[in-house]
Design a protein around this ligand. Structure first.
Ligand code: AMP
Length: 448
């Protein structure tokens, strides 16, 4: 998960990076950080908390220079250490570097063990630190060559931005699993960001997506970024970005996220066409179910209603450590519109069921509020497999669809009916013109 940004060639680099991180806050709320390069030195500020808390005026004043990289960290259970905040900074033979990373390196343990056996000392639990060591131990004269060789030992889903004192190197893995786009700032220079929603806030125009397997190099030597194709592309962007993770106003690899979610909802409605059940209204689980519910309503003609109201001051429920805390948080976050739903038959849509905590609580809450029937629709297929490519999912044992059939899940969440999107419908909703990373649904772990 996480968000990364790089700004190059703009005197307000750190400020623009902080705005871009603010626009991408949904990708990670645990910690945030920015490194800027100025007068041959890299300055880094990072801390736990939200972008607006960490990057106040006083912090931005320190981060001078015309290039900066930034990161928002997503909480994963048990990894709540400030040491694991990014950028990761180091001094080595060629000078100073700082790195931000979005994704997950699947051979990290093996590489780390090898480095430790050879005497390396690690400060963090992050796979990103492996890359720093691989770069530092390499003997090539140029940083670009060191990065290239370090990447030969780096397997998994990654988008990296490496910043030296005078250059920025941007790399996307050959599968293009995690998103990364290039934009041009109207006030001068370039931006690279995980999501295009960051471009609007900093007044940048979209140029193109970073290609799978590509390295972009920003330097004083050229007006435009140099492009080097490091690896033969095998494009497999992550379907879960479209299902849940990305902001609806982002364009990911040429597809608008909101539109793909609407299509997912339409497909659910088409599959329900033969059903004889009459629904009084389509109710989204806010915010993640809204575009799909609008699609369902448009396709079926059933009215869309905000039958559930969300309190926006509650953080994410997903990563609370115990089941009891997760249930309580769902209750604090979502409330039923009693007068609207009492005595009504509801078609409720959420983007996904992972453990089943949210859906179970929602059905109970709606029934307690007087709903006559609650029919649950999920705008993604059953999640049966954990993701190792950068989306935070629990162990296989905790995934409800790994343990129960659809009918058993329906009974468990106490819904009157339950339907998921099929994998084919998901692919068609995003765009059937390419392959996607679908491992959470079909177990195809294609990165070996
Ligand atoms: P659960 O309650 O465990 O079934 O989780 C499902 C809910 O969490 C849905 O409402 C999703 O919108 C949301 N969700 C799904 N995947 C993730 C994720 N990786 N991180 C945070 N929230 C998620």
């Amino acid at each position: 998960m996480c968000a990364i940004v790089g700004i190059y060639g703009n005197d307000n680099a750190a400020r623009l990076a902080s705005l871009a991180l603010f626009a991408m806050q949904h990708r990670g709320q645990e910690a945030t950080g920015i490194s800027s390069s100025c007068d041959g030195k890299i300055h880094t500020i990072k801390n736990r908390g939200l972008v607006s808390d960490v990057f106040k005026e006083s912090a931005l004043k320190i981060l001078k220079g015309n290039m900066a990289i930034g990161h928002n960290r997503y909480s994963t259970a048990g990894g709540d250490s400030i040491l694991d905040a990014q950028p990761v900074f180091a001094k080595y033979k060629l000078g100073e570097i700082s790195i931000v990373h979005n994704g997950n390196l699947i051979n990290k343990d093996e590489v780390r063990k090898d480095l430790i056996d050879k005497g390396a000392i690690f400060q963090t639990g992050m796979d990103t630190e492996n890359l720093i060591h691989l770069i530092a131990k390499n003997t090539k004269d140029r940083l670009r060559d060191r990065i290239k060789e370090a990447l030969q030992r780096t397997v998994g889903a990654y988008c990296f931005i490496v910043q030296s004192r005078s250059k920025q190197f941007v790399i996307r893995d050959k599968y293009g699993i995690r998103p990364l786009s290039l934009g041009k700032l109207k006030s001068g220079g370039y931006i690279v960001a995980s999501e295009t929603c960051a471009f609007d806030l900093v007044d940048a125009t979209f140029v193109r997506d970073v290609k799978p397997g590509e390295m972009l190099i920003f330097s004083e030597d050229y007006d435009e970024p140099e492009s080097i194709q490091l690896f033969e592309p095998e494009f497999r962007p992550c379907a879960f970005e479209y299902v849940y993770f990305a902001r609806p106003d982002s364009e990911i690899d040429g597809k608008n996220v909101y539109t793909t979610r609407e299509h997912m909802g339409k497909a659910l409605a088409l599959n329900d066409k033969a059903s004889t059940v009459k629904y009084d209204m389509v109710v989204p689980v806010p915010d993640s179910g809204v575009p799909a519910a609008l699609g369902y309503a448009a396709q079926s003609g059933v009215p869309f209603e905000y039958g559930i109201i969300r309190n926006h001051y509650v953080g994410r429920t997903f990563i609370e450590p115990t089941q009891e805390m997760r249930s309580m948080k769902v209750k604090m976050k979502l409330s039923p519109m009693k007068s609207l739903i009492a005595g009504k038959s509801l078609l409720v849509i959420d983007d996904s069921i992972v453990r089943g905590t949210t859906s179970k609580r929602i059905v109970r809450m709606l029934k307690d509020a007087g709903a006559k029937e609650v029919h649950f629709r999920v705008a993604s297929p059953e999640i049966k497999f954990p993701c190792y490519y950068g989306i935070d999912t629990p162990n296989k044992e905790e995934l409800i669809s790994n343990n129960m059939t659809k009918d058993e899940v329906c009974k468990y969440i106490e819904a009157d009916s339950l339907e998921y999107l099929s994998v084919d419908d998901l692919v068609n909703a995003i765009g059937g013109d390419r392959n996607y990373a679908l491992e959470s649904f079909d177990g195809d772990y294609f990165v070996k």
